[in-house]
Design a protein around this ligand. Structure first.
Ligand SMILES: NC(=O)c1ccc[n+]([C@@H]2O[C@H](COP(=O)([O-])OP(=O)(O)OC[C@H]3O[C@@H](n4cnc5c(N)ncnc54)[C@H](OP(=O)(O)O)[C@@H]3O)[C@@H](O)[C@H]2O)c1
Length: 351
């Protein structure tokens, strides 16, 4: 089967590197071009990037010349699909221009996430939101986003619990430094420290969670009416966002029942056996001190960093308390985007 030609925007950053790692030998996709900022343009990828993730740069990508992130230059390489790992401010115009030029754009940036007809797609959670692309004004092209890295783990845990009647959600995050990008947090600030503020993160978690868990009406999302309360902190951990979640329900909930509901949950990506889908999206843990970023983020088969770990599940009257752990640059970023593209292809939206 012919593989679709892909161009990765912002390929030299942390999320871009994970895109390359996941996509360089993907059964459906073939990397034909990589772009970055003017500082990297014209250099071979291997010289332009500071490779920070496990494994080596695939040799075929290492020799690619980094292109300018500019419409005409990108169209010249004749891609079938765009994966974007650009900073939000840079992503806004170029992603729209590429979609208008007829290309499907799978984006990690926040720039278009809250637009009415742009889905924040997590195929295990809101597969029906894929239909929103039919209401976009981009002709043959479209934009599909994945969520903010903390939101991705949270909505995956909330989705199977909705049947118990959620009233409100309080989440406190302990977020890894890789969430801020390759040059995001100065070591002088984060070593031996915890920073109880991440710019715009709390608003993003609240708004995105309600949009993702909302329902479709006339080609628009009606956000879920949950009362959300988020507090975010940056911690001196390399990868993996840990989140303390407290959910209040309309009636008392049993911890054992909720644990079974979460661990048995699967969605369309599992039924379709998509290459990047983990067999079990939620892995519940019974040890009293887990999950932990250092011990429980696994990039190996069968999870590939795409499952969310949940532990310390405790019930108290109408409340359920738990900790979840999500790989922020994989399930919360590059892996999420690749899964979206696999899902769109399986549903015939990506041809
Ligand atoms: N890190 C995470 O956990 C995570 C999770 C979810 C979503 N996201 C989102 O994903 C996107 C990428 O994040 P990241 O962590 O990979 O950031 P990053 O490590 O800082 O990488 C940014 C990339 O964008 C390129 N870039 C910067 N300015 C540019 C410009 N003016 N024109 C063209 N390219 C430019 C950089 O190229 P140079 O190398 O040449 O500077 C680099 O390739 C962001 O929108 C972020 O919010 C990140």
């Amino acid at each position: 089967m012919k593989r679709l030609r892909i161009c990765i925007l912002g390929a030299t950053g942390i999320v871009g590197q994970h895109f390359i790692r996941i996509l360089h030998d993907h059964p459906f996709f073939e990397i034909v071009a990589v772009t970055a900022s003017p500082c990297s343009e014209g250099l071979e990828f291997g010289k332009a990037t500071d490779w920070m993730i496990s494994g080596s740069i695939p040799p075929d990508v290492s020799n690619m010349v980094v292109q300018e992130t500019q419409l005409g230059k990108i169209l010249k390489v004749d891609p079938d699909i765009i994966f974007s790992a650009l900073p939000s401010g840079v992503a806004l115009d170029i992603e729209s221009d590429l979609a208008r030029a007829g290309l499907p754009v799978f984006s990690n940036a926040a720039a278009h996430r809250m637009e009415e007809t742009v889905p924040i797609l997590i195929p295990e959670v809101n597969p029906e939101h894929l239909k929103l692309v039919n209401y976009q004004d981009y002709g043959d092209g479209f934009i599909i986003t994945n969520s903010n890295c903390s939101t991705s783990g949270l909505v995956m845990v909330l989705r199977p619990l909705i049947e118990y009647g959620i009233r409100n959600i309080t989440v406190t995050t302990f977020q890894a430094v890789s969430g801020a990008g390759r040059t995001g947090v100065a070591s002088m600030d984060i070593l031996n420290n915890v920073i109880p503020f991440i710019s715009r993160e709390e608003e993003k978690i609240a708004n995105e969670t309600c949009k993702i868990l909302g329902h479709l009406e006339n080609g628009r999302v009606v956000s879920a009416p949950f009362d959300m309360n988020a507090s975010c902190a940056r911690v001196p951990v390399l990868d993996g966002h840990l989140e303390s979640v407290v959910i209040e329900f309309e009636a008392p909930v049993n911890a054992e029942t909720a644990t079974k509901t979460m661990s048995g949950y699967t969605g369309e990506p599992q039924a379709l056996k998509l290459p990047t889908a983990p067999p079990r999206p939620l892995i519940t843990m019974y040890e009293q001190d887990r999950p932990q970023p250092k011990r429980d983020l696994t990039l190996s088969e069968p999870e590939l960093g795409m499952a969310v770990r949940v532990g310390r599940i405790r019930a108290h009257q109408n409340r359920l308390n738990m900790f979840l752990l999500v790989h922020n640059t994989i399930r919360g970023a590059a892996g999420a985007s690749v899964l979206n593209a696999e899902f769109a292809r399986a549903k015939g939206v990506l041809k």
